[in-house]
Write a protein that binds this ligand. Structure first.
Ligand code: 13P
Ligand code: SF4
Length: 348
């Protein structure tokens, strides 16, 4: 009964009784099933983080209860910077796999755990290292600029990594005339081309969350709230498609959107990104009405990142208690992937 309750609570698929090839998933499910419902998870997490000398890094798209427990809460760049600086023995990464990989690459001798190792990313999944290698080989004069939302294999083939916070500055920094490949997000890439005037050849990947926002819903929300609240602003992440970005009053990374929300004089803010960020926005501006944007299929709740939301408080507790699932990576791959990440950090 407890196992069923946990599966329902964590929206995980039912598993067979035997571990088989999905041993890590089976192991996590089994440990979840043994958790006492009366356990004070917050208190246990506080106790274990001290005992383990652990640091909890969390992205703004995590559930509010995880955000509230983080030592460092941030966007992709801030979390990479925090990982670079930490002296903790254990890094608990409450985000997705590519972010934890970045933390491990910057801390190869530390233990890096992720509450749910299946927390992936459609952008990273849509660009295999072998495919990027072939693309790069067919453009031998080009420098490769990769968005941090990519695998370690792709990072290892890149000249520099960027996030949505620093991409504009880094792209502008390339010598004029140097041809550029940009992977894997075509929407961020197209926005950068428009912003910088710099031609880039784009990999055709996209984020499953940001590409689904409904333009019609944004227009209707603006009309409705202009009538009701008087002043409305639309904030959007550059992973959104061009028709959504066209309506935006402000475009920026997750942290830039939060800062804009803090400073805005509008009475209502329509936020076209993953709604996890609303937890901090609402806390910072209780006087403002925040509206998230529905997807084309309003019934599906697709504006929530299914990968980010795999992490739960129960799984955070378990990974601190058992120090697993643990990220292990090939050291030669980490050495190669570290070079463009360090280059990004030095340019940020
Ligand atoms: P930032 O946190 O860098 O804005 O990126 C958003 C995102 O989609 C993370 O996966
Ligand atoms: Fe990847 Fe999009 Fe989820 Fe970010 S929101 S982790 S880009 S799928």
């Amino acid at each position: 009964m407890a196992a069923v309750a946990h599966r329902i609570a964590t929206s995980l698929p039912l598993l067979k009784d035997e571990p088989g090839p999905n041993a890590e998933r089976f192991d996590l499910e089994s440990r979840l099933a043994t958790l006492a419902p009366t356990l004070d998870l917050e208190a246990e997490i506080q106790r274990l983080r001290k005992e383990r000398n652990a640091v909890i890094l969390a992205h703004y798209y995590q559930e509010g209860e995880i955000q509230d427990l983080a030592d460092h809460l941030g966007d992709s760049l801030q979390l990479a910077q925090a990982a670079r600086k930490t002296t903790a023995d254990v890094i608990v990464f409450c985000g997705v796999h590519f972010m934890a990989e970045t933390a491990k690459i910057l801390n190869p001798d530390r233990i890096v755990v992720v509450p749910d190792m299946d927390a992936g990313c459609s952008l990273a999944d849509g660009c295999k290292g072998s495919d990027l290698a072939a693309w790069k080989a067919s453009h031998p004069q080009h420098a490769v600029v990769s968005y941090i939302n990519c695998t370690a294999e792709v990072k290892a083939l890149s000249d520099v990594i960027v996030t949505s916070s620093n991409a504009e500055k880094i792209v502008r920094g390339f010598e004029p005339g140097r041809p550029l490949l940009f992977a894997p997000d075509r929407n961020l890439g197209a926005w950068l081309v428009k912003k910088t005037g710099r031609e880039m050849t784009l990999w055709q990947g996209a984020c499953v969350v940001h590409e689904q926002f409904s333009e019609k819903a944004i227009v209707q929300l603006r009309e409705k709230w202009e009538r009701t609240a008087g002043s409305v602003e639309i904030l959007a992440h550059p992973e959104c498609e061009a028709p959504i970005l066209r309506h935006a009053d402000f475009i920026g990374s997750t942290t830039a959107l939060l800062n804009r929300a803090k400073a805005s004089s509008a009475k209502a803010l329509i936020v076209a990104t993953e709604p996890g960020i609303l937890h901090q926005m609402k806390r910072a501006r209780p006087d403002v009405t925040f509206l998230d944007v529905p997807s084309e299929d309003a019934a599906c709740g697709c504006n929530n990142c299914p990968h980010m939301k795999r992490n739960t408080l129960e799984k955070l507790y378990l990974c601190l208690r058992d120090l697993k699932p643990r990220l292990e990576m090939d050291s030669e791959l980490m050495n190669r992937a570290r070079v463009p990440i360090e280059r990004m950090l030095s340019l940020s």
